[in-house]
Design a protein around this ligand. Structure first.
Ligand SMILES: C[S@@+](CC[C@H](N)C(=O)[O-])C[C@H]1O[C@@H](n2cnc3c(N)ncnc32)[C@H](O)[C@@H]1O
Length: 325
């Protein structure tokens, strides 16, 4: 019988495509928030955590060594046992479609869990000037470096995932000093902080997950971005914000292809994603598996957005589209 202060970790090492399917499974059965206790006082939630390992000193994946491990953490108890069962069955079904090995299951003390993934996370250079620095690591920046200090907590956005790195590279290319930037699905706030470092002066960061909002607020403070006279950052729970038509020179959304299509068409909220984008502005769409980019591009075209760049890392694609002038 597991103790109350323990968590069950389920970990599966897979390729990028299977990682998306396994993450969806973990989020479906073990999504939500640890704060949202059930009637019996048992928390569920946590969703999926993706760890990537096997990078060289320049942050490039090393052939044969690069691996993705998708993990989820379950509280023991009656509800936890049910979640574990659903996940094990779901993994069995997925293993009929994708090459998925036997899941590694172990019991962790909660304290260990909070720190378990940290050993893989080192300072990481992305693009020309951006450096992602875990808050617990020492790092000596070069004069031109733009350092983003992060403690992602439960939120997505360490920079370990290609989809985040593709967005960071695109932000570096498209943000001009003084721009207004909208970050939909901010996770840890990594892209919003990058936008501030690159010179954006009005930033709105949204996420449907309250844990992401909390992590983003903490990371903004950690990076000294609170209360600056020449910077306004607005962190809101939600999706595409209302009342900001044509306000942003750059909009970024790193979510899955299916969600991006829903956001573009306005079926996942009241405001279609192109509405807050300024005329001539750039929309960066990431989190797209290569075989799904046509679907996202078609949705973008329906809203007057034209492709200006396509970036790819492994199986993941980011599209940069522009609102016609
Ligand atoms: C893949 S993470 C991206 C995090 C971070 N922006 C990055 O690039 O690393 C996607 C985030 O989008 C959020 N999300 C999912 N659907 C959303 C929606 N419809 N509107 C806003 N945020 C959403 C999730 O909660 C999650 O934090």
């Amino acid at each position: 019988m597991e103790q109350e202060d323990t968590l069950i970790e389920i970990a599966v090492s897979v390729d990028s495509e299977a990682a998306e399917a396994v993450s969806e499974l973990f989020n479906r059965y073990n999504g939500g928030s640890y704060a949202a206790d059930s009637a019996e006082g048992e928390a569920s939630g946590g969703g999926a955590v993706i760890e990537a390992t096997g990078f060289d000193d320049f942050g490039q994946p090393i052939a044969g060594q690069f691996r993705l491990t998708v993990k989820t953490y379950i509280k023991p108890g009656r509800r936890g046992a049910q979640i574990r069962r659903q996940i094990e069955e779901g993994l069995w079904h997925l293993s009929q479609i994708y090459p998925i090995p036997e899941p590694q299951i172990r019991t962790l003390r909660q304290e260990d869990w909070a720190h378990a993934w940290k050993k893989f996370y080192k300072p990481l250079r992305v693009g020309r000037r951006l450096v992602l620095k875990p808050s617990w690591e020492a790092f000596q920046p070069q004069p031109d470096d733009l350092v983003i200090e992060l403690e992602p907590g439960m939120a997505f956005g360490t920079g370990l995932h290609p989809t985040t790195r593709l967005c960071l590279a695109a932000l570096e290319e498209h943000i001009q000093p003084g721009d207004a930037v909208l970050d939909v699905g901010t996770g840890s706030g990594v892209l919003a902080i990058a936008a501030a470092r690159l010179g954006a002066r009005f930033i709105v960061a949204t996420d449907i997950d309250p844990l992401a909002i909390q992590a983003t607020r903490e990371n903004l403070t950690r990076n000294g971005l609170d209360g600056l006279p020449d910077l306004e950052v607005d962190v809101r729970q939600g999706s595409v914000p209302d009342g900001l038509t044509g306000r942003f020179q750059v909009v970024v959304a790193n979510i899955l292809a299916e969600v991006l299509v829903g956001l573009l068409d306005g079926t996942y909220g009241n405001v279609p994603l192109a509405v807050p984008l300024a005329t001539g502005g750039h929309l960066i769409l990431s989190g797209i598996l290569a075989e799904k980019d046509a679907m996202v591009l078609q949705a973008a075209a329906r809203h007057g957005l034209q492709l200006v760049d396509r970036k790819q890392e492994e199986d993941w694609v980011a599209l940069v589209v522009q609102k016609a002038t």
